[in-house]
Design a protein around this ligand. Structure first.
Ligand code: ARG
Length: 484
C-alpha cells in the first residue's frame, strides 16, 4: 500500500503523495485509474521517455552517466513491454506512473530524474499522438487492401450487369464493376481523411509541461525530430488539452465504418436467395442453431452493427471536449477508450470485409435477369427519342406510356410492337412526336434502344457506366492501387 511522504524505491508509492496525509479511498482509486486501458500506450510512452532523456542530456540538465543509465533502463523496459512482461500495478493509476516505478525498480534512484521538465499532461498528449500515428499507418494499409479486393472483384466480374437502384427500386442497368468502384472512391476519400489528420497531428507536445511550458532550456524541436514529428506544438496550453486530432481520426473512422456498413448492407440483400446475386463463402457465413437451412452473412451484419459504436465514439469524444476550459482536465483521460475501441472495430471490419470480398462468388446470370426486369432501359429509350428531335419532357411521357403498355401485356421494353410505339408517340400533344409516329423505322429504333447493352453504352461520360468508361476507370484505379 501507499506509504505517503516516504521514498520507497520500486514500491507502490503514490508518485504525487507529498502533500497528502490521508489515503485514497478505494472507490476513488478504482474510479480514476486508467491502467487497464492506457497500458496500450506503453511502447509509445517509453519512446517518448527515451527522447525526453536525450533532450535533458542535450540541455545539460542530466549528466552523461545519468542519461546512459536512464536510456539503458528504458530500453530494457521497452523490450519487456513488447514481450508483455511488465506486471501492471493497479495502485499506480496509469501507464506513466507504472513505467516510471518499474524503471526505478530496475535502475534505482536515478529513475527519479526521468520526470524532470515533463508532466503527464504533455506526456500523454505525446504518447497518444504517437499511438494514433501508428494506428493511421495500419489503417491506411488495411483500407488499401480492401480497395484492392474490390478492384480485384471488379476485374474478375467485369462483364456482370445489375439493375442499379434508386429508392431501392430498379432504375438503370449498371456494370457490377461500376458499382464496386463506387466503394473504392469512398474508401479512397477515407484514406485522404486519415492522411490529412495524420499531417495535422504529427507535432510534438513534449516540453509543454503541465500547461505553461517546461522550466528547462529544452530544445523541443530536436526532441520532436527524434520522435519523427514534423514540428512542435506552438502553444503549451493548447498542446496539453488539444484532442482535436482524436476527434478528427474518429470522424474518419466513423465515416469509413459507414462506408463499410453500406456495402455490408448490399451484401445482405444480394446474398438473399430472392436476389441470388452473390454467394458469401462458407468461411464468411454462419449457420443457425435451429434452422438447418440458414446461411447467414453475419460478418457483414456485424460490420453494420459495429458502425454504430464507431459513430458513438466520435460523439463521445466531441462530448468530452465541449465543456473543457483550458488547460488539461481529467475528463481527457476518457479519450482513449473510444479511440482504441473504434480503431479496433475498423481494423477488424476491414479485415473481415476484405476476406469476404476476396472469396465472394457472383451469379452474373441472376444479376442480368434482374437488370432485364423493371424497365431499367426506359431512360435510354427516351434519350433515343430525344436523338430524333423529340423534346425530353415529351419523350419521358411517351416512354411512360410504353412502359404501361408493356407492363399490361407482361413483356419487357424490348418486346414492344411498332403499334405500341406509334400509339405512345401519338398520345402526347407534341409536333415532333406526332411526326416521328409516321417514321416506319421508329419501332425498331425504340426496341434497339431498350436493350441493356444499348443503355449501358449510351452512358458514355466521364464517371458513367458505359463499359469503355468503366474499363478505363478500373485500369486507372488499378494503376493507383498497385497490384494485389
Ligand atoms: N491518465 C491521464 C490521462 O490519460 C494522464 C494524465 C494525468 N494527468 C494528471 N494531472 N492527472 O489523461
Amino acid at each position: 500500500d501507499a506509504a505517503h511522504g516516504t521514498i520507497r524505491v520500486g514500491g507502490a508509492m503514490q508518485r504525487w503523495g507529498g502533500r497528502f496525509t490521508g489515503e485514497t479511498d478505494e472507490r476513488a482509486g478504482d474510479f480514476t485509474r486508467s491502467i487497464e486501458i492506457d497500458a496500450a500506450l506503453a511502447a509509445d510512452d517509453i519512446a517518448g521517455s527515451i527522447a525526453h532523456v536525450r533532450g535533458l542530456g542535450r540541455a545539460g540538465v542530466l549528466g552523461a552517466a545519468e542519461v546512459d543509465a536512464l536510456l539503458a533502463g528504458l530500453e530494457d523496459l521497452a523490450t519487456d513491454a513488447e514481450a508483455g512482461r511488465i506486471e501492471w500495478d493497479p495502485t499506480l493509476e496509469d501507464v506513466h506512473m507504472n513505467l516510471e516505478a518499474a524503471l526505478e525498480t530496475r535502475i534505482g534512484p536515478v529513475a527519479r530524474k526521468l520526470h524532470t521538465g515533463r508532466s503527464r499532461n504533455d506526456q500523454v498528449a505525446t504518447d497518444l499522438r504517437l499511438w494514433t500515428r501508428r494506428a493511421i499507418d495500419r489503417l491506411d494499409a488495411a483500407i488499401l487492401a480492401m480497395e484492392r479486393a474490390l478492384a480485384g472483384l471488379a476485374e474478375r466480374e467485369g462483364e456482370a450487369i445489375l439493375p442499379g437502384t434508386t429508392h431501392i427500386q430498379p432504375a438503370q442497368p449498371v456494370l457490377f464493376a461500376h458499382h464496386l468502384l463506387a466503394y473504392v472512391e469512398m474508401l479512397e476519400r477515407d484514406r485522404g481523411r486519415f492522411a490529412d489528420a495524420r499531417r495535422r497531428l504529427n507535432v510534438s507536445p513534449l516540453g509543454s509541461g503541465a500547461l505553461a511550458g517546461a522550466g528547462y532550456p529544452l530544445d523541443r524541436e530536436a526532441t520532436a525530430s527524434d520522435l519523427g514529428f514534423d514540428g512542435v506544438t506552438a502553444n503549451s496550453m493548447d498542446a496539453v488539452s488539444d484532442r482535436d486530432f482524436v476527434a478528427e481520426v474518429l470522424a474518419a473512422v466513423a465515416l469509413t465504418m459507414v462506408h463499410l456498413s453500406r456495402f455490408a448492407e448490399e451484401i445482405t440483400w444480394w446474398s438473399n436467395p430472392a436476389f441470388g446475386f452473390v454467394r458469401v463463402a462458407d468461411a464468411f457465413s454462419t449457420g443457425s442453431s435451429m434452422m438447418p437451412n440458414k446461411r447467414n452473412p453475419d460478418p457483414a451484419e456485424l460490420v453494420r452493427g459495429r458502425a454504430a459504436a464507431a459513430i458513438g465514439a466520435l460523439t463521445t469524444m466531441l462530448g468530452i471536449l465541449k465543456g473543457l476550459p483550458l488547460a488539461y482536465q481529467r475528463d481527457l483521460q476518457e479519450d482513449k477508450a473510444p479511440l482504441f475501441g473504434a480503431v479496433g472495430v475498423l481494423e477488424a471490419s476491414l479485415g473481415v470485409m476484405t476476406g469476404l470480398v476476396d472469396t465472394l462468388s457472383v451469379n452474373a446470370e441472376r444479376m442480368r435477369a434482374a437488370a432485364d426486369e423493371g424497365f431499367t432501359t426506359a431512360t435510354a429509350v427516351a434519350d433515343a427519342l430525344v436523338g430524333r428531335g423529340v423534346a425530353f419532357r415529351s419523350a419521358h411521357h411517351v416512354v411512360g406510356a410504353l412502359v404501361a403498355a408493356a407492363e399490361a401485356r407482361g413483356v419487357g421494353l424490348g418486346e414492344i410492337t411498332d403499334g405500341d410505339v406509334v400509339a405512345a408517340l401519338q398520345s402526347v400533344d407534341d409536333t415532333e412526336a406526332g411526326q416521328l409516329a409516321a417514321d416506319a423505322g421508329i419501332g425498331a429504333l425504340a426496341r434497339a434502344a431498350a436493350s441493356v447493352e444499348g443503355a449501358l453504352a449510351a452512358t458514355d461520360v466521364i464517371g458513367g457506366t458505359a463499359p469503355a468508361r468503366v474499363r478505363a476507370a478500373l485500369a486507372a484505379t488499378r494503376r493507383r492501387l498497385g497490384p494485389g
